[in-house]
Design a protein around this ligand. Structure first.
Ligand SMILES: Nc1ncnc2c1ncn2[C@@H]1O[C@H](COP(=O)(O)OP(=O)(O)OP(=O)(O)O)[C@@H](O)[C@H]1O
Ligand SMILES: [Mg+2]
Length: 206
């Protein structure tokens, strides 16, 4: 069971502004890597391209499983992404949001299992409250869960520690450690608390 992700000469140009230029990199499971760079250097853009949400201007991203190239559909199943611009459904409860995201992935987890995940991030007692009533850090914990519950082999985290307190950061550290044990995790960050999550993969803007 080997997973590999390859960036093959990836570039991205927005309105004539070159954000990413000819990036080559390969990651093979298991392990953790970081994408580093200051604000506006292209970290989120690169993660979106890795997740298949944005097409590169040049080059390509290739996902391989046991040497076989994944289709776009298989790739969506294989990836979990946590990013600041991913929105939860605010009128729905935490549990309803988890149900929605798992079903969207074609999975059916029991409420018992989903409540177990909520327990892990300290949200069990708030499972039936609407997300609109959550604090920023609580929303961030729930966002991480929506990317995790389907146990994707490739986990992409865009500044996962934003708005998290020490307990929240510990959950992220644990998540990265677990994921790096058998899968791939790539963390985009310029937060000094997150630099040690993995081996530097790409250094942008400098
Ligand atoms: N959809 C878009 N249209 C035009 N320009 C964009 C778009 N998305 C990103 N950019 C530009 O690409 C550059 C990189 O943005 P990106 O969000 O990837 O940076 P970042 O490294 O994640 O920054 P931060 O640390 O602030 O999160 C910026 O100049 C940004 O304005
Ligand atoms: Mg960003």
């Amino acid at each position: 069971m080997s997973w590999q992700v390859e960036l093959r000469g990836v570039s991205k140009v927005f309105d004539e502004r070159v954000v990413l230029r000819d990036i080559w990199a390969t990651v093979t499971a298991p392990g953790a890597w970081t994408i580093l760079g200051p604000n506006g250097s292209g970290k989120s853009t690169l993660l979106r391209i890795l997740a298949g949400l944005l097409a590169p201007t040049g080059g390509e991203v290739v996902y391989l499983h046991n040497g076989a190239r994944l289709t776009a559909h298989q790739r969506r199943q294989a990836v979990g992404l946590v990013a600041p611009d991913i929105a939860l459904y605010r009128p729905l409860t935490a549990l309803e949001n988890l149900r929605f995201f798992t079903r969207a992935r074609g999975l059916s987890l029991s409420d018992g299992e989903l409540l177990g995940w909520l327990e892990r991030v300290g949200l069990r007692a708030r499972a039936h409250d609407p997300v609109a009533s959550f604090s920023t850090g609580m929303v961030q914990r729930l966002k991480v869960l929506t990317a995790l519950v389907h146990r994707p082999p490739v986990l992409l985290l865009d500044e996962p520690g934003s708005n998290l307190d020490e307990a929240g950061m510990e959950f992220i550290r644990e998540t990265v450690r677990e994921q790096a044990g058998d899968g791939i995790v790539i963390v985009a960050t310029n937060d000094t608390r997150e630099l040690g999550y993995g081996e530097p993969l790409v250094q942008l803007g400098g």
